[in-house]
Design a protein around this ligand. Structure first.
Ligand code: NAP
Length: 245
């Protein structure tokens, strides 16, 4: 059984998520001070893991790249359970195995890498050497339902937070795998076309990534610094090929 998946994000009023661009709050505090509550709420959501896309991890946490040049793909697709000593894990969605890690943890959380079947044995050896767990998400690394199933059954996860960026949020939305959205609205407006938004799916003009869903508001709270916390449960109509957790 897959874990419950809560997409936990903070955005401006226009749904944009690049915190480096946000205007200051009106009370003289910094953006970092005002947005610290995002991490408090993340803790309160009491999940066993948080998940990030490869871009977000390389921008904020692990910038180095692994060179697979000329290395053949592995032929062994068993998940590996490395060192799991922390209360929470950080699940990194990195299909091509682009990230070269410097250690097995970030911000006090163990990494778990979600990979495609195209990564090299040398890359898997790099992860094992650092005690980093890994699992596979099919041939192209985009079979998120399979990856979530493995997180539930092999890693014992019951609740995970999906924390961006836009591309992986869009991929989970399109796959019908998001059970709840926890949205913190920051009192700002970005306003620039092309800046990342909460969910972004590539597809033809008629594509409706959340077709067959309805959203039910279950929580509304005003926080300090004019931030609002909203929780919505996503319900699926019978016609949508839902994958219940
Ligand atoms: N405000 C917030 O709460 C918040 C939270 C997180 C991030 N952010 C911001 O979001 C921005 C980065 O977001 P992003 O959208 O560029 O990148 P992203 O979603 O972090 O990462 C996208 C990458 O994930 C990989 N991936 C894994 N599974 C995939 C799948 N099923 N389908 C497609 N790709 C998959 C692909 O890597 P490959 O290209 O290697 O195939 C893809 O390019 C940054 O500006 C960051 O600061 C904001």
């Amino acid at each position: 059984m897959r874990p419950q998946i809560i997409c936990h994000m903070m955005s401006t009023l226009d749904g944009r998520i690049d915190g480096e661009r946000w205007n200051l709050p009106r009370n003289g505090r910094t953006v970092d001070e005002a947005t610290a509550c995002y991490y408090d709420i993340s803790d309160r959501l009491n999940a066993q893991a948080w998940m990030l896309g490869r871009n977000t991890v390389q921008i904020h946490h692990a910038p180095h790249s692994f060179d697979h040049d000329g290395l053949p793909p592995t032929t062994r697709y068993d998940p590996f359970l490395g060192e799991r000593t922390t209360r929470r894990s950080l699940v990194v969605l990195d299909p091509k195995g682009r990230i070269r890690y410097e250690g097995g943890q970030i911000e006090g959380d163990d990494f778990i890498a979600v990979l495609s079947e195209q990564v090299s044995d040398a890359y898997l050896a790099h992860l094992r050497e650092l005690g980093i767990s890994y699992l596979f998400a099919g041939r192209d690394g985009h079979d998120l339902a399979l990856a979530m199933q493995t997180l539930g059954t092999t890693f014992g996860m019951r609740r995970v937070l999906l924390e961006g960026g836009s591309i992986v949020n869009g991929a989970f939305l399109k796959a019908g795998l998001i059970d709840e959205v926890s949205l913190m609205l920051y009192p700002g407006i970005d306003g620039l076309s092309g800046i990342h938004t909460l969910f972004e799916c590539q597809g033809p003009a008629g594509l409706l990534p959340s077709e067959g869903t309805t959203l039910q508001l279950t929580h509304l709270e005003r926080l300090p610094d004019d931030i609002v916390w909203l929780r919505y449960v996503i319900r699926r109509t019978a016609s949508q090929s839902a994958k219940p957790h």
